[in-house]
Structures are given as C-alpha cells and as structure tokens.
Design a protein around this ligand. Structure first.
Ligand SMILES: [Zn+2]
Length: 425
C-alpha cells in the first residue's frame, strides 16, 4: 500500500467515524485480498488451507472466517521462517524484524515490509491524536528503551516526544515532569502508579498534564484512580500487541475500548466458539495489512468481552473491555484447576497506603512469594491483609513476604503483578 505514515494517519483518523457498514465492507475486502495472498504466497497458510479443503473462494466475508483453523504463537514456533513469509520476498534482510515481548516466556520474531511499517506507525499514533494529542504538544514518554536519536520531524518540533527510562527512580521521573511540564504523558500504568504513590505519600506538587496515556499492562480501576488523583488529570488506556500495533483504545467517555476494525478483525472465542456480547472470550486477531508475515485467526490469549452498544463519543468503532492479560497469568490450584490471578492481586490494589508496588509469585501449588515495595506506613497489619487475600483462594498456602526496594521488570520493560513458576498450560 502506498503512502507514508502521515498519509495513513489522515486516512485512519477519518475511519474512526465512518458508518459501520462501510467499515465492514473495508474489512471484507481486505480479508479476501489477504486470504488470497496467503493461499498463493505463504506456504504455512497454503498447507493449512489445503488440509482443511479450503479455497480462498470459500472466504468471502468475516462470517466465513470460522472455517479457518485458529493458530497461536506455538504454531509459528513449529514452522520455518521461510514458510511463514511471503515467498515472493527474496531478501529477508530488506524486511523490518519485529519481536514480541516474551512476557509469556515465548518470544516471536516476525516481519513487516516498509509499506506496512508506515501503516503500523500511523496505527500507533491514532489513539493519541484523536484523543487530543496536538501535533506540537510537549509529550513525555516513559519507555523501557528510550531511543537515543531524535527523528527529523521531531527536530522541527512536530509530534515531538521527550523519552525517559520507565524503570528509573520515580523521584527522578517526578522531577523531570516538574521541569518539562509536559502537556501529555505516555507510558506503562505501573510507572505512573509508582510515581502517583510517591506524589501522594510525600505530598509533592506536579504540573498536571492534559492527559496521561497508559499502555501495555492491565490497568486496574484502583491504579487508574490513584494516577488521576495524584496527577489531577484523566487517564486514557491504549491496548496493543506487538503483533498488531495499537488496536483498541479508550476515548474521553470511557465506555470501553474502541476496536480499530479498519486494521484488524477481532474475534472473541471461548473453546473455539464465538461468545455473545458481554461474555468473556479469548481475543483472536486477523491483521489486515501485513502481507509479508500474515496473522490470520491468531489467538493472542488475552481475555476480553465486546459489546454491540455504540459509544456516546460518536466514533463508530465498536467497543470491547479487556478483562485479563494473557491466559498464562493464571494461578493453579491443587486440584489442577486454573484461576485468574486477579483474585490473588486485586485486594492489594486497595492497600496503596502501605504498598508502592507488589508482585505475587506462585512458586508451587500452595506456595507463594510476595514482593513488596513498602511505603513508610507499611506494617504487620498490612502484611496480614496481603496474606488474607491469598488465603481466600489458597487456604493452605505458605506465603513468604519479601520487602524490596524495587521489582524487576520483564525483558520487555513491562511490569507484571503476578507470575507463575509452574509449568504453563
Ligand atoms: Zn468513544
């Protein structure tokens, strides 16, 4: 597809409010083209389609998608790169290599050509721009790996970002905000949570930005409230994955996350079957613009529920709500059942007075470690509350609490509040 990111950005920004029927047509058209391409040029899909006796003509609209088998990262791992990439591409070095975070313990390399990469960049920017990030606003962005060189357009002051390490001392981060006085901030919810905790504990004054955009992690209501209170502003959360770029985002109405249906098809499946509105399912993506390394019915193992109710902001992109992170964030009980990690962590969201940050680690069935970065108010009473929440689900648990200065981020820079050392399902 021709055009640079600015061309795509204008196109994508307009799409948000197009009539739904038009957007469905765009999806169907892109889907047909993608399926045809994958069948003829990508051995991995060709083989799968043949196995299930599928021909591109069988896939005319989204309703036909269910005929195609669902895949996930494991399927890609079992295949050679050469089978996963458009076989017309002779020189892989000309492609852009992208990586998934590996927070699941499994990384994935995949590829994009330069054309699609421009679409990705536009897709990345859309949630910020349509939510009020002005082209000349001063943006402070806390990242796992801040870039070292400023691109040309930023040197002209256009879409400029100041980037800082998300993992640095929160007090230094707060100082930078006081100095820079950004109009917008971006980063992980956990980075802002930690700063918010310090700001409230030590009564620090910070110049309020117009908006804080959070991303990459599951943002709890308690965490959101704390950030909004400390920074005296509102939080807009953005959902994206490495495989898809930013594909769902909140607006100022906070009625859910708008799905970028011009770029992806999102299905919500439970045991392979579509769920009804409001029911929780695993998100399965079809990425509509990556022809180099197609993702067709790719299960990302995040849980969400969609709604067919429109948002009052006027965007036509339908809404969903993220329920939980990756499925492997589940805790295991002695009878072998898996439960969401949220009941093991959610009680601690309300202990913000005592705890800056925490991480629950399931080391074995009925054996947990809890890492805690304490505030000055932390006490044995708080420790009892921490344990009580875990006992509710694991009455026989052995719990060790470790008070630490900081909690290590994942290789991606992401913070996770629950980890399991048990073999993943
Ligand atoms: Zn909206």
């Amino acid at each position: 597809m021709p055009g640079n990111k600015y061309f795509h950005m204008l196109r994508l920004m307009r799409n948000e409010k197009r009539p739904l029927a038009e957007l469905r047509n765009i999806q169907n058209e892109k889907l047909r083209r993608l399926i045809d391409h994958a069948y003829h040029h990508v051995p991995f899909y060709r083989e799968r389609f043949k196995k299930t006796n599928l021909h591109p003509d069988d896939i005319r609209t989204i309703d036909d998608l269910q005929k195609i088998p669902v895949i996930d990262k494991d399927d890609f791992h079992q295949s050679e790169n050469s089978d996963l990439i458009d076989k017309k591409i002779k020189n892989i070095d000309q492609l852009i290599t992208l990586h998934t975070s590996g927070s699941s313990g499994k990384t994935l390399h995949f590829f994009a050509d330069h054309g699609y990469n421009q679409i990705r960049k536009a897709q990345f920017l859309r949630p910020y721009l349509t939510n009020g990030n002005g082209l000349f606003d001063r943006v402070l962005w806390f990242r796992a790996t801040p870039r070292s060189k400023q691109p040309f357009h930023e040197r002209l002051g256009f879409l400029k970002t100041y980037q800082l390490d998300a993992g640095m001392d929160p007090l230094i981060q707060i100082k930078s905000i006081q100095t820079l006085k950004p109009a917008m901030m971006r980063g992980y919810g956990s980075t802002f949570h930690l700063m918010a905790s310090k700001i409230l504990e030590e009564n620090i004054s910070v110049p309020p930005p117009r908006i804080i955009f959070t991303d990459s992690e599951l943002l709890s209501t308690a965490s959101r409230r704390k950030i909004e209170k400390a920074f005296q502003t509102r939080v807009i959360d953005v959902y994206g994955t490495f495989e898809t770029e930013n594909v769902a985002y909140e607006c100022h109405k906070h009625e859910g996350y708008h799905m970028a249906i011009d770029c992806v098809i999102m299905e919500f499946l439970k045991e392979g079957n579509p769920v009804k509105p409001g029911e929780v399912g695993e998100i399965v993506f079809t990425v509509l613009d990556n022809y180099t390394f197609p993702f067709i019915r790719y299960n990302i193992h995040d849980l969400a529920a969609y709604t067919d109710r429109p948002c009052s902001c006027g965007r036509t992109f339908p809404l969903m709500k993220i329920i939980a992170g990756r499925m492997y964030d589940y805790a295991k009980k002695s009878d072998g059942t898996k439960i969401s990690s949220t009941p093991l962590t959610s009680h601690m969201w309300f202990l913000g007075k005592y705890i800056h940050e925490f991480q629950v680690i399931q080391e074995d069935i009925d054996q947990f470690s809890v890492l805690i970065v304490p505030t000055k108010f932390y006490s044995d009473k708080a420790a009892k509350k921490v344990e009580k929440g875990i006992y509710q689900n694991f009455p026989k648990a052995k719990i060790k609490i470790h008070l630490v200065d900081q909690i290590k981020r994942e290789a991606s820079g992401k913070f996770i509040d629950f980890k399991t050392l048990l073999t993943r399902p």
